[in-house]
Design a protein around this ligand. Structure first.
Ligand code: GLU
Length: 446
């Protein structure tokens, strides 16, 4: 069923590069929206203006584009403070946002006392109960307020597209701080304000946000909005079972690009990992959209292993059409035609491996001819078919070589391969022979 009013957002904080775990969130959002003809928003959660950097935002946008995820809208939270101020004023006027004056130390001591007496470390709402006089006195001491959102004591119920029914008892949570002492916003409120203002219908993010969601549902309601649909996917762990968050390097999207991996290998893997669908390489997002279904995502943490992406990458290339790579090959200085591409694509792990086979076909190859094979190679050269080579030449030639020398199997093929390519492995010689051409073949055999 398609529902073109679906709108999702990928909302990274541009405080660093994105890794495969973040990219997976973006990919899942995009596929979920596009499967239904909906829209995908890229929103930079950059309210933390000291840690956010424009260069990271640009790098993230580059990564998202490289993955093939087209964006329908791009927004920066740092340009939208007016909206957050307005929402905060409303919450204050409604008595849902209240000021508090405790220092971090004081809060910590409170928490310890609560725990020591067996109580849950939930904020005691001292701030909420302050009188005007109390506040005036605290401010006279030079204290500045931070602002907390007053939660209800209800059980917030929601239906998660991946986790199913969710119930969170709000009485077990502390009223969250929405505005810091210096007046800056934490992520919680701007995110809700934007989701309302941008018409986001489905919020899909990692399960580290499950508790935030219950809080944010109450903020949506306090701002007189209907909360969106939520989905929380499990987080990726490394091959060693540990969290990915601290390791960037080759797990960054830029790092994968540098390894020469195809975007569709990364996207296919990230989209299908941890789902009930088999992981297979998809040549395009169109076919991936067809098999992708958010409800097939498992709640168990998914194990990410870069080696699996490398394998998928090779498989993807082995079936890739020439048109998909022709211009990139041209950028490498390789004018590839169909015959060349079909001859070599099965022998590459990354596209750059084509260079080696291009050299073998068109460049100078140092023939490897062992002393004991010298006569054999000379005899083989003697029975080389005349005229233009085609894909049948190899068969005709090797039959004649067998006839003339009595050699067969590896003893026949390997010396020919070494002489013609300089290497003990590589693409089928039947395909390479016409590409190398008679003149070069003779020269290498000589
Ligand atoms: N900036 C938040 C994060 O990166 C966004 C979470 C969300 O999608 O709401 O965790």
């Amino acid at each position: 069923m398609t529902n073109s009013s679906v709108k999702v957002r990928f909302a990274p904080s541009p405080t660093g590069l994105i890794h495969i775990g973040n990219a997976r969130t973006a990919i899942v959002n995009w596929l979920h929206a596009k499967k239904q003809g909906g829209k995908f928003i890229l929103r930079f959660d950059d309210t933390d203006t000291t840690r956010s950097k424009q260069e990271y935002a640009e790098a993230i946008a580059t990564d998202v584009a490289w993955l093939g995820l087209t964006t329908d809208e791009v927004h920066y939270q740092s340009k939208r403070f007016d909206l957050y101020d307005k929402a905060a004023e409303k919450l204050k006027a409604d008595g849902r946002l209240y000021c508090c004056y405790e220092t971090a130390d004081e809060l910590e001591r409170k928490r310890r006392r609560q725990m020591a007496t067996g109580k849950p470390p939930v904020y005691d709402r001292t701030g909420y109960n302050l009188t005007d006089d109390d506040r005036a006195k605290l401010e006279a001491e030079g204290r500045k307020p931070h602002w907390r959102f007053k939660l209800t004591d209800k059980v917030v119920e929601s239906v998660d597209l991946i986790r199913g029914e969710q119930n969170i008892d709000m009485a077990s949570l502390s009223d969250p701080v929405l505005i810091r002492e210096d007046g800056t916003y934490l992520y919680t409120l701007p995110s809700v304000v934007d989701d309302i203002d941008m018409g986001v219908t489905d919020v899909i993010r990692g399960e580290d946000h499950v508790v935030n969601t219950s809080v944010q549902i109450e903020i949506f309601e306090a701002l007189d909005a209907t909360p969106p649909t939520f989905a929380h996917h499990s987080l990726l762990v490394g091959a060693d079972g540990k969290s990915l968050s601290k390791r960037i390097g080759s797990l960054s999207i830029g790092g994968m690009r540098e390894l020469g991996l195809e975007a569709m290998a990364v996207v296919s893997h990230a989209a299908l990992l941890g789902t009930s669908e088999a992981i297979a390489p998809h040549q395009s997002l169109d076919t991936l959209i067809e098999v992708f279904d958010i409800s097939k995502m498992s709640r168990a943490p998914a194990r990410f292993d870069i080696e699996e992406v490398k394998n998928l990458n090779a498989k993807l290339l082995h079936d890739m059409a020439l048109e998909a790579v022709q211009s990139r090959l041209a950028d490498m200085g390789i004018e590839a035609d169909e015959a060349f591409w079909l001859a070599v694509r099965g022998n590459i792990n990354v596209l750059a491996d084509v260079k080696q086979w291009h050299e073998v076909v068109s460049g100078d190859v140092t023939a490897v001819i062992a002393d004991e094979d010298k006569d054999f190679i000379a005899q083989a050269a003697g029975v080389l078919p005349e005229g233009d080579f085609d894909e049948t030449t190899w068969k005709t030639w090797t039959a004649a070589v067998k006839e003339a020398t009595g050699r067969k199997g590896k003893g026949l093929f390997m010396p020919l391969r070494l002489a013609l390519t300089g290497l003990p492995h590589g693409p089928e010689l039947a395909g390479l022979l016409p590409l190398i051409g008679r003149e070069k073949v003779l020269a290498r055999l000589a």
